[in-house]
Design a protein around this ligand. Structure first.
Ligand SMILES: [Zn+2]
Length: 674
C-alpha cells in the first residue's frame, strides 16, 4: 500500500490529501523522510567539489522537502484535532527531530563549507538576498555551537538536554498545581456573578466532582470571578491560589527549577562567547542589545505607573465607600475597575456581540485586504481535515497568490489560543511556489442555524491572525528560510498588530459590524463608546506587563541569581511597583520564560512591535487616511513582501524614513494626551 505522505500530491493547489491520510501513515513516513533528509545532508556535507553558494546554501534550502510535507501535515492536525494517538506520535517525533537538528547544526564538514563561503563572501558576487541568507545560515551554525570543540561541545549538548527536561518539568508542575486546586462555592456565593460565569462555575464544579459550583485556576474562570465577585474574602483566596502556582512547596515547586535554568542558560551563553544570556538572545532580535530593551521599557514605565497610581486612588475610594477596610489590594483591583468601567463606558457585552458576526468579520478582513492590496478571495470547495474548516483562493488581478485556510471554532482537541502557520511557504528557488496559509482561532460555535457571534476581542484576534496571514500571502522572496513571517521575534507581531488598527476604523465597523437580526450598523454613540473604552485601565495592564518584562530581562543579564524570588522582589522594589498590582506572570508560573527558551529575555517583544505598529498606522493617518493607496503600496513593498531579507530596522526605516519613538504607543494606550 502506498503512503500518501510519501507520494506526489495531485490535489487542488497542492493541499495535503487529508481524506487519504490515516494516523498510521505518519510514523513510517517520518522515518522515511528523515532517512532521505540524512542522505541529502550527507551528500551536501561530503560533496567532493569545492563549496559554492549553489552546492551548499541553495542545496540546504532545498533539502528535506519530504520532511516538510510530513510535518506540515502532521502539526496542524496535532494542534487542532489532537487525540491520544496523535499526542503519542508527538512524543515519539520530538526526540527524533531534535537528534536530526543537532546532526545538522553540529555537522563539522557542513560547517566548514559554510564557513569557507562566509570567508569568501565579498568575492562570490552574491545578490543582497543571497548574502543575507549566507549570513543568517553562518550565524545560526555559530550560535548552535558549530565552533566548539571537545569538552565544550559535549558540555553544550548536556546543557541543551538538561534545559529541555527542566522546561518540560516546569510546565508539568504548573499544570499539576492548576489541576490540584479548586474552591467550592455555595449557591449564595454565586451572588453578583453574570449568567455565563455561574454556568461555567457549575460546569467546573461538576468536572471536579464537587457538590456544587466551584472556581478553578483556569484563566477564563478566575479573571471574571475577580471582576464580578463582591465577596472580598473569596476573591483573596482565589487570587492567592492563582498567583501561588508553582510556588506551593513539594514536588511541583518551580522555584529551584527556575534558578537552575537561569544558571544553565548563562553557562551556555558564556560557552558560546557571549557576556550573558540576554546578549546572546538579543543579538538576532531587532532590539540587538539588553540596553535597548531596557531603555524602551523604562520610557513606558513612568507614565504607566503614574496612570496606575491615580487609578488606584479612585478604586480605593470605591473600596472604602463599599465598606471595605485598609488599602486596595491586588484581589480588589479587577472588581472595582469593572464597576468603574460599566459606569464610565456603559458597554454591555451582550448588546455588542450582536454586531460582530463571524462571517461579516471575515468579510471585513478580506475587504480591508482588497482595498489596501487589491487581493480577492473566492471560497473553494477543497476537502480539508474537519467539516468546520474553510478555504479561499487568493488572487490579484487574476493571478494566483495563495490559499487561505480558516479554522475558527473551538472544539475539544484544539489547542487554546489563536495562531497562524504556513503549510507551505512562499519561495522562488526551484519554481514559483505560492503559500498555503492557516489561521486558527477558538471562537464559540453557535447552535445549528444561529449566527456565530464574536466579542470585540474575538474580532480583534481574527484581524490579528489575518495580519500574520498577509505577511505570508504577500511574501515575494527567493529563499524559503527568509520567507513571510521568518523574521525576528520582536518584529513578527508588527504586521499582525498593525492590521488590528483597521478594525477600529469607523468606516470598517459601519460596513461590517451589522446587527445579526436587523442588519443595521451600530449606532454612532455605541461605536464611539466602544472605541473610547479601548484604552480603559491601560495603566494597570501596562504596569503588570512591564513588571514581568523587566524582571525577565534582569534575570538574564550578568551573573544568574541564585535566588530568583529575592531578585524579583528587588527589581520590583526598585521600580516602585504599585501596591495593588502584581506581575502579570510571577517567576514560578512564568511559562513564557521557563517552559522553553522562546521568550526568555524576550517577553518585551510584544511591546517592541507595538511601538512600530502604533507609529506605522499613524503613517497612514498622516498620509491621507487608513486606505491611502500609496502608503499601502509602500507597506507591501518594504515590509509585507520582504520577509527576513534585510535587518528589520532597515525594513522599517525604508517604510517610515526613521525608527519610531514611544509617543504613538503612549497615545494609543491613553497614557499621555493625544
Ligand atoms: Zn501574533
Amino acid at each position: 500500500m502506498t503512503n500518501p505522505l510519501l507520494s506526489d500530491w495531485t490535489t487542488p493547489f497542492g493541499l495535503p490529501p487529508f481524506q487519504q491520510i490515516d494516523d498510521a501513515h505518519f510514523a513510517p513516513a517520518l522515518d522515511t523522510a528523515l532517512a532521505d533528509a540524512r542522505a541529502e545532508l550527507d551528500a551536501i556535507a561530503r560533496n567532493p567539489a569545492a563549496p559554492t553558494f549553489a552546492n551548499t546554501i541553495e542545496a540546504l534550502e532545498q533539502m528535506g522537502e519530504g520532511l516538510d510535507k510530513v510535518l506540515s501535515t502532521f502539526y496542524p492536525l496535532a494542534g487542532t484535532d489532537s487525540t491520544p494517538r496523535r499526542q503519542e506520535l508527538q512524543r515519539e517525533f520530538a526526540p527524533k527531530l531534535a537528534a536530526f537538528s543537532s546532526e545538522l547544526s553540529l555537522n563539522p564538514d557542513l560547517f566548514a563549507r559554510i564557513d569557507t563561503l562566509w570567508q569568501q563572501r565579498e568575492t562570490l558576487g552574491l545578490s543582497p538576498e543571497e548574502a543575507r541568507v549566507l549570513e543568517l545560515k553562518h550565524r545560526g551554525f555559530v550560535r548552535s555551537g558549530a565552533r566548539l570543540q571537545g569538552v565544550d561541545r559535549e558540555r553544550l549538548r548536556e546543557i541543551q538536554a538538561r534545559l529541555a527536561v527542566l522546561g518540560t518539568e516546569f510546565t508539568q508542575n504548573l499544570l499539576a498545581d492548576e489541576a490540584g486546586w479548586f474552591m467550592p462555592l455555595s449557591e449564595d456565593e454565586l451572588e453578583g456573578l453574570p449568567a455565563f460565569l455561574r454556568a461555567a462555575a457549575h460546569a467546573a464544579g461538576k468536572e471536579k466532582g464537587a457538590e456544587g459550583p466551584a472556581i478553578t485556576l483556569s484563566r477564563s474562570l478566575i479573571v471574571p470571578f475577580l471582576q464580578f465577585s463582591p465577596r472580598r474574602e473569596l476573591r483573596r483566596r482565589a487570587y492567592e491560589a492563582w498567583t501561588a502556582r508553582g510556588a506551593n512547596g513539594g514536588d511541583s515547586d518551580n522555584r529551584a527549577i527556575a534558578a537552575q535554568m537561569l544558571a544553565l542558560r548563562h553557562e551556555r551563553a558564556r560557552l558560546l562567547g557571549y557576556e550573558d544570556f540576554a546578549a546572546y538572545k538579543l543579538e538576532t532580535e531587532m532590539a540587538k542589545t539588553p540596553d535597548a530593551v531596557d531603555a524602551l521599557l523604562r520610557q513606558v514605565w513612568e507614565p504607566a505607573r503614574a496612570q496606575a497610581l491615580s487609578d488606584a486612588e479612585k478604586l480605593e475610594q470605591r473600596l472604602h465607600a463599599d465598606g471595605g477596610n485598609g488599602a486596595l489590594e491586588a484581589w480588589d483591583w479587577r472588581y472595582y475597575s469593572e464597576q468603574r468601567r460599566v459606569e464610565e463606558h456603559d458597554l454591555d457585552e451582550e448588546t455588542l456581540k450582536s454586531y460582530f458576526q463571524l462571517d461579516r468579520m471575515i468579510q471585513g478582513a478580506f475587504d480591508t485586504a482588497n482595498r489596501l492590496f487589491g487581493l480577492e478571495f473566492r471560497e473553494i470547495d477543497a476537502p480539508l481535515y474537519h467539516a468546520d474548516v474553510r478555504a479561499w483562493e487568493v488572487t490579484r488581478e487574476g493571478q494566483h497568490m495563495a490559499v487561505f485556510i480558516g479554522d475558527y471554532f473551538a472544539r475539544s482537541g484544539k489547542r487554546s489560543g489563536a495562531w497562524c502557520s504556513a503549510w507551505r511557504s512562499q519561495r522562488k528557488l526551484g519554481g514559483d511556489v505560492r503559500p498555503l496559509v492557516h489561521n486558527v482561532c477558538n471562537f464559540a460555535k453557535p447552535a445549528p442555524g444561529a449566527p456565530a457571534l464574536l466579542s470585540y476581542d474575538d474580532a480583534r484576534t481574527l484581524f490579528h491572525e489575518f495580519g500574520h496571514a498577509l505577511h505570508q500571502m504577500l511574501s515575494d522572496v527567493t529563499f524559503e528560510s527568509i520567507s513571510g513571517t521568518s523574521v525576528a521575534r520582536d518584529f513578527v507581531e508588527l504586521p499582525s498588530q498593525l492590521f488590528e488598527h483597521w478594525l477600529e476604523v469607523p468606516e470598517v465597523l459601519d460596513t461590517h459590524a451589522l446587527h445579526a437580526e436587523t442588519g443595521q450598523p451600530m449606532p454612532d454613540a455605541l461605536r464611539d463608546r466602544l472605541l473610547a473604552a479601548q484604552t480603559y485601565d491601560m495603566g494597570f495592564s501596562t504596569v503588570e506587563y512591564l513588571a514581568s518584562a523587566l524582571v525577565d530581562l534582569d534575570f538574564h543579564r550578568g551573573a544568574p541569581p541564585a535566588d530568583p524570588m529575592a531578585r524579583q522582589a528587588k527589581v520590583l522594589a526598585a521600580l516602585g511597583m504599585p501596591h495593588a498590582i502584581r506581575m502579570r506572570h510571577a517567576t514560578p508560573n512564568f511559562a513564557h520564560v521557563f517552559s522553553g527558551d522562546g521568550y526568555a529575555s524576550g517577553y518585551y517583544s510584544y511591546m517592541w512591535s507595538e511601538v512600530m505598529d502604533a507609529d506605522a498606522f499613524r503613517a497612514f493617518e498622516e498620509a491621507g487616511g487608513p486606505f491611502d493607496p500609496q502608503m499601502a503600496r509602500k507597506l507591501e513593498q518594504t515590509i509585507l513582501s520582504t520577509g527576513g531579507s534585510q535587518e528589520p530596522d532597515a525594513l522599517y526605516t525604508s517604510f517610515r524614513g526613521a525608527m519610531p519613538g514611544v509617543e504613538a504607543l503612549l497615545q494609543g494606550r491613553g497614557l499621555v494626551a493625544g
